[in-house]
Write a protein that binds this ligand. Structure first.
Ligand SMILES: Cc1cc2nc3c(=O)[nH]c(=O)nc-3n(C[C@H](O)[C@H](O)[C@H](O)COP(=O)(O)OP(=O)(O)OC[C@H]3O[C@@H](n4cnc5c(N)ncnc54)[C@H](O)[C@@H]3O)c2cc1C
Length: 498
């Protein structure tokens, strides 16, 4: 445990008394080594942005970019003593926009983003984006089981679990966490791991972002990266039901070092065939064996397919959409921490919902409900948007070998995860946005008869009714206890805070 914010700094901030007063943002700026961006500053329009443009109207009172953990401690003490809502932010990808707050203090960890490989481990500043982490590791033929989207923050993703290409092989991102530096609401900088603040360390591994403190550094174990054999397959649209039936049976007996996804990308017009993606970390021969088994279980002739073997590094670049871009280009554009002037990644507005599925999977009637929703998309929404339905095999394997109570990430008996997304264009009117959301909600509702009731906390869903049980199941009571211990006055608040 290291020290909290020095009293002298707090006195300089003008927050010596117990009584709340109007926040003196300029004093906060003077009291930290990092930057504090205020309304009226030329960078403020960029600083207030999250990944989704739909949250651009939210106007925080200030966005702080702490240079180190002691700066974070100053920010938290300032927020507590000035009675200002405070919210941590890393990559800004919260689906619900809960990493910003109107009038509040956003503590953006983007300036603490160093990725340092240390033997078989890696030390990652909480502001690093997945693209930076994955690229640094892959160049050394190392892997951390994590997601692909290059602009997602490693901090937000890890705190909610973290699933991706290598999770069936190696577990969740949070399973690879060996320690973290966290500034808790009392302003104390803590080094947590299995022996120091072990309950907090347990909660950080799946308990969700924004609940217990501001993480400033994450330490992970890594695994050797192998070459990847990848295939993409298409069956005719008319065979989609047979495909989803066969894919689920195939997945149930799939060896660990595989990832697979069936994805429907739906634009207006007639429904198109889903893409089936299969990644094998165990060589082309094993991939071919499993593709033969999949074809047999689907039982219909393939329309087309292709296969490629690439290095892990090239696989990540291709699958994250950055194959044609330099490292600097594979960021959001901008000059503030986490962005680059050369950045070419665009932002999107969308809503998303999710379900984890147990061994029983989705029965034929559920498959029919999915396909009906896919086929009605064109009639349900105005042109210009995109509907997405993903069935992803990234649980099972090593993810399911940790006990449900072993870390806060409870989803250890899931066969696969589904995600449903509705994207709308920037020009959409409020009624058009509600048509897109209506299609999404209709699909989600149609699947309730078969759903497990569990959903992914990283696909945080403001409309989810029983979210506590859905995200945390039997781990909720221990999470609530950790929250009471480290944040007894609930400094951190958002609609689905523990
Ligand atoms: C395009 C896209 C692709 C995705 N792909 C995947 C994927 O492959 N696998 C997967 O598992 N998930 C994926 N996700 C979901 C992603 O893991 C979550 O949205 C995650 O919360 C994003 O983290 P962030 O740091 O970018 O977001 P933020 O909005 O910055 O943070 C998310 C939450 O964590 C809190 N938080 C942020 N930083 C800290 C910190 N330093 N300390 C404490 N709390 C903090 C925030 O307050 C907020 O509540 C994807 C999301 C998007 C938008």
């Amino acid at each position: 445990m290291l020290g909290g914010a020095p009293a002298l700094v707090l006195a300089a901030l003008g927050v010596t008394g117990a009584h709340a007063r109007a926040p003196d943002w300029a004093a906060l700026a003077r009291g930290t080594d990092g930057r504090v961006v205020l309304p009226g500053d030329p960078e403020y329009p960029e600083a207030r942005q999250l990944f989704q443009p739909r949250y651009d109207t939210v106007a925080p009172g200030a966005v702080a970019y702490p240079a180190h953990a002691a700066d974070v401690a100053v920010c938290l003490d300032f927020a507590r003593r000035s009675a200002v809502p405070v919210v941590p932010r890393a990559g800004g990808h919260s689906y619900a926009g809960w990493s910003t707050r109107a009038g509040g203090l956003v503590v953006d960890v983007g300036a603490m983003a160093a990725v340092t490989v240390e033997g078989p481990g890696v030390r990652v500043g909480a502001g690093a984006r997945l693209g930076d982490v994955n690229r640094t590791l892959a160049a050394r033929r190392l892997t951390l089981p994590t997601g692909l989207c290059p602009t997602v923050g490693i901090a937000g993703l890890t705190l909610g679990g973290g699933l991706g290409l290598a999770s069936r092989a190696h577990g969740t991102t949070s399973d690879a966490l060996t320690g973290a530096t966290v500034v808790t609401p009392d302003g104390v900088v803590r080094e947590v791991d299995a022996t120091r603040d072990p309950d907090l360390f347990w909660a950080l591994r799946g308990g969700g972002g924004g609940n217990f403190g501001v993480v400033t550094e994450l330490r992970f174990r890594t695994h050797p990266a192998t070459d990847c054999a990848y295939a993409e397959l298409h069956w005719p649209e008319a065979d989609s039901a047979a495909l989803l039936r066969g894919w689920q049976r195939w997945l149930a007996a799939l060896p660990d070092p595989f990832w697979s996804q069936v994805e429907f990308l739906i634009e207006s017009g007639p429904a198109t065939a889903p893409a089936v993606r299969v990644l094998c970390l165990d060589g082309r021969a094993e991939l071919e064996r499993q593709l033969t088994r999949l074809s047999g279980l689907v039982g219909r002739p393939l329309r087309d397919s292709w296969t490629v073997v690439r290095t892990y590094e090239d696989t990540l670049r291709a699958m994250s959409g950055c194959a044609e871009q330099s490292a600097a280009q594979c960021h959001l554009p901008g000059t503030l921490p986490g962005r680059t002037p050369e950045g070419r990644i665009g932002r999107d507005s969308y809503a998303g919902r999710s379900d984890f599925w147990g061994a029983a999977g989705l029965p034929d009637a559920g498959v029919a409900a999915v396909l009906a929703a896919v086929r009605r998309y064109g009639q349900a929404v105005p042109a210009g948007g995109l509907g997405v339905v993903q069935f992803t095999g990234e649980t099972g394997g090593a993810v399911n070998r940790t006990a449900a109570a072993g870390t806060a990430f409870v989803h250890r008996d899931s066969a696969f995860l589904t995600q449903y997304l509705a994207y709308w264009p920037a020009s959409a009117t409020p009624s058009q946005v509600s048509a897109h959301q209506g299609w999404l909600d209709g699909l989600w509702q149609d699947l309730r008869p078969w759903a497990s009731g569990r959903a992914y906390q990283n696909y945080i869903d403001p409309k989810l009714p029983a979210w506590r049980e859905a995200y945390y199941g039997p781990n909720l009571a221990r999470l609530e206890e950790v929250r009471r211990t480290y944040d007894p006055d609930t400094l951190f608040r958002f609609p689905q805070a523990i």
